[in-house]
Design a protein around this ligand. Sequence first.
Ligand code: KG4
Ligand code: ZN
Length: 375
Amino acid sequence: MSTRILGIESSCDETAAAVVADGREILSSVVASQVDVHRKYGGVVPELASREHLRQIVPVVREALAQAGLKLEDVEAIGVTQGPGLVGALLVGITYGKTLAESLGIPLVPVNHLEGHVHAVFLEAHKTGRAPKLPAVCLIVSGGHTVLYEVKTEDSAAPDSSALFHYRKLGQTRDDAAGEAYDKVAKMLGLGYPGGPILDRLAAAADGAPAPVKFGPTKTRGNPLDFSFSGLKTAVLYHLREHAEYAPEIRKREEGLARGERKFDQLFSLCSPATLGLVREFQNAVVRDLVDRTMIAAEELDVESILVSGGVAANNQLRTTFEERARAAGVEVFFPSRPLSTDNAAMIAAAAYSRFRAGRLADLTLNADPSLSLA
Ligand code: KG4
Ligand code: ZN
């Protein structure tokens, strides 16, 4: 008999539930995005996030069970995100998880959201049959995090889904997360929220556009594996301020967005070659920084595998650049599929499995930890 874990995720702006068997077989995965709620504010509003989670949590869990063809009584444990994240948002999932676990008389397993992102890579690897070797270097890159870890297990280079991972933090952002930089730059350019997907597509469509500005590599004093993206964001801001010719098209795009015109073609048709070139240079700088530092870490630690997860791991240029650089360096790079890259509960249920097997359970005193660390 397999062990079926119901995962619950509510750390940011996605309410998610999933059922995963034995930490590797996804029986269902449901994600209710709040992006439409937060869009007009250009970012996640914590109070609104909590309220949306409250509205969504029961139907989302019900849907996850229905899609798996299961009843609550068929689940052996509940895995829930304890942190890091927004405290009010986390509390919705934790409170509901506790209530379910208590009423069903089954264990509650606390999960670190970042460990969930690591497990997303292994869920994908199980689907494709190509597994990463440990120790590995893992880059988690999203709207809230940009951090590099060494991931290993006590004994095995090819762990099964019940192995407990150990983490060592190698570097992290000193200021903004990479996804946050995407979101802020898109907002400055009148391209809406979230910024990542639209900037990704515009950069790909910028072939031949002139480069109105070049961004050099960011320097971080001290740890060479630390990241920094706020300087790049500010450089874009100053460039826009110094060149008045961007203002009219930004206004046009903002007016279009206010009318609900946020399809790619609609926005693209309102972008000058200079804007396309600027977007491309911005993305080149972000991707170069993420890939360079990760490759340095992989070389220093002499690992055979690189894992990349989190919302920004959906980025096309990041994926192809990593693949090229990894091939040249003789290492393998692993990504989750795009739906598993962004926040979801299947990764939480997968991470919960090894903790469940190791008896690392929570009781009813479990509290949200907005700054829970992994290493
Ligand atoms: O992991 P995620 O869903 O939530 C957080 O934990 O933050 O990541 C969301 C972030 C947003 O900042 C979004 O702009 C970014 O991931 N993102 C992308 C792409 N798709 C989503 N960034 C760059 N390129 C993409 N294709
Ligand atoms: Zn996340």
